[in-house]
Ligand binder design. Structure first.
Ligand SMILES: Cc1cc2nc3c(=O)[nH]c(=O)nc-3n(C[C@H](O)[C@H](O)[C@H](O)COP(=O)(O)OP(=O)(O)OC[C@H]3O[C@@H](n4cnc5c(N)ncnc54)[C@H](O)[C@@H]3O)c2cc1C
Length: 457
């Protein structure tokens, strides 16, 4: 069955409503009951929460996503470092939303939005909406160096995580067979660029992989001698955290064997390594955790964005000048009461999604005006490694074992799906007791690409 056929069939089967603006529905069949049609693009943290709030309500909802699963990005680094398997951090969108008969899920790629005709283009076909919620997240930004992407993958998708995992594991395999000591050292050097939570978590997990899980498995190399670098352009790592917690994180990373270099931006990335402060550091594996840019929502809507590509939104998350079009999550530039931009965090997107779902429903069903969105920070968290994490919540600062335990409990709680929660808990328990990683697989299809990226050129 082709994708378009699936889409057409799905739309027809659920299409029980005409457009409230009186135009003819372009794809869906004629309607019987005039309930408004809400199209939600993106089933990440924001879109999924909005759709769930609209579930089983007197509206027709279509959720469109380019992939068939909701991804729990905060644990992606564990897939990239062989601690978890891809399926444990992802859950099919269709399964999450199946109990809501008013929600249709479409696996499709949105290419554009026609705000005059009130249609989105999905896989080349128009899909009409009365209300549009755009929650398409962000991608990596290489600060004007798109050529770096091929060499230094970022961590945003399951594909990215699998690619990084294959490359890291293959680097050790190639080092085991390498006679030239310099090349062996290059293969066993891994540089993580960006000292935010993702970079810190990634560097810590790589160090643990090398020093604990792989330590006794090789004969010609000593994996515990692998060099892990964390490179940050700003003056310190974990800059959103209080100074004391970022200093603790740096010490904890150093204890794990990670070399932290802050205060100098990366000048170049090549197949030889990274250049910082005019000096080339030979490294075969380079991981990008530095910049993000919003998805092309601004282009679709033909509105001005900020430098990161985010669409400025009103306090009710609507796009000024466009009727019934809303943007949320990483794609939106929303501000708090003090006019400070909200950060690109899962908790922001999730709260916005819940707010928007509820507020839209109250407006549609009861004609209530939409109140402004208010963000309530649930704190900042970052894990460094076994027994060590940092948490900041209001005036409370936690570090070490207690913070690590809390980090684990919170992440298991936030994972979508009971099965994933159970599997991740068991995996972590096993890893904690045995120091092992359960997902050390290099799939055949990825060997070629990983080997090409590791090669010195
Ligand atoms: C590695 C990593 C670790 C992170 N760790 C944390 C953390 O610990 N704590 C925290 O609060 N935040 C964390 N974040 C940030 C958090 O994941 C994001 O802020 C959050 O996912 C944003 O939610 P969203 O709904 O805007 O977008 P996303 O969750 O990214 O969802 C966007 C969805 O839109 C879909 N989509 C995109 N374009 C299209 C299109 N054209 N057509 C159809 N579908 C499309 C995508 O497939 C995706 O499902 C992390 C992010 C990363 C990458």
């Amino acid at each position: 069955m082709t994708a378009s056929k699936t889409m057409g069939e799905d739309l027809t089967s659920v299409s029980s409503a005409a457009r409230t603006d009186g135009r003819k529905e372009p794809v869906a069949a004629e309607a019987k009951t005039p309930v408004p049609h809400v199209v939600v693009v993106g089933a990440g943290f924001g879109g999924l929460a909005a759709a769930q709030e609209l579930g089983s309500a007197p509206v027709r909802v279509t959720v469109v996503d380019g992939r068939n699963y909701h991804l729990f990005q905060p644990l992606l680094y564990q897939v990239a470092t062989a601690a978890l398997s891809p399926g444990e951090v992802a859950e099919p969108i269709r399964k999450i939303l199946r109990r809501h008969r008013n929600i249709t899920v479409l696996l499709g790629h949105v290419e554009d939005v026609d705000t005059d005709r009130r249609e989105v283009r999905v896989n080349g076909k128009p899909l009409a909406f009365d209300y549009l919620v755009l929650a398409t997240g962000a991608a990596h930004s290489y600060f004007g160096h798109p050529e770096w992407e091929e060499i230094a993958p970022g961590l945003k998708t399951l594909e990215d995580a699998r690619r990084i995992r294959a490359q890291v594991l293959l680097a050790f395999e190639q080092a085991e067979m390498e006679d030239d000591p310099q090349e062996r050292e290059r293969l066993m050097t891994m540089a993580v660029i960006g000292g935010g939570p993702t970079g810190v978590e990634m560097a810590g997990a790589l160090a643990e992989l090398a020093r604990l899980a792989l330590a006794r498995d090789f004969r010609n190399i000593d994996p515990t001698k692998a060099r892990i670098l964390l490179l940050e352009a700003g003056p310190r790592i974990l800059s959103p955290f209080p100074k004391e917690l970022s200093a603790y994180a740096e010490r904890a990373l150093q204890k794990l064997g990670v070399t932290v270099k802050a205060g100098e931006p990366v000048e170049d990335i090549s197949h030889l390594g990274v250049t910082v402060g005019g000096r080339l550091i030979p490294a075969a594996t380079i991981i990008w955790g530095a910049g993000v840019a919003a998805s092309p929502v601004g282009r679709w809507l033909k509105v001005e964005t900020d430098k990161a590509g985010r669409v400025p939104v009103a306090p009710d998350l609507s796009v000024p000048g466009l009727k019934n079009v809303f943007v949320l999550g990483d794609a939106a530039l929303a501000r708090d009461e003090k006019d400070k931009p909200l950060p690109g965090l899962a908790q922001v997107a999730h709260q916005q999604g819940r707010y928007l779902g509820k507020a839209l429903l109250a407006r549609i069903a009861e004609g209530k005006p939409m109140p402004p969105f208010r963000y309530r920070s649930r704190g900042n968290l970052a894990v460094i490694g076994r027994n060590s994490a940092v948490i900041e919540f209001d005036s409370i600062e936690l570090k070490g074992f207690l913070a690590w335990m809390l980090w684990g409990i919170i992440h298991v709680y936030l994972l979508v799906g009971f099965q994933n929660r159970l599997l991740v808990t068991l995996r972590w328990l096993w890893a904690y007791l045995t120091f092992q990683r359960g997902a050390r697989i290099i799939s055949e299809g990825q060997v070629g690409g990983a080997a090409r990226n590791l090669a010195r050129r």
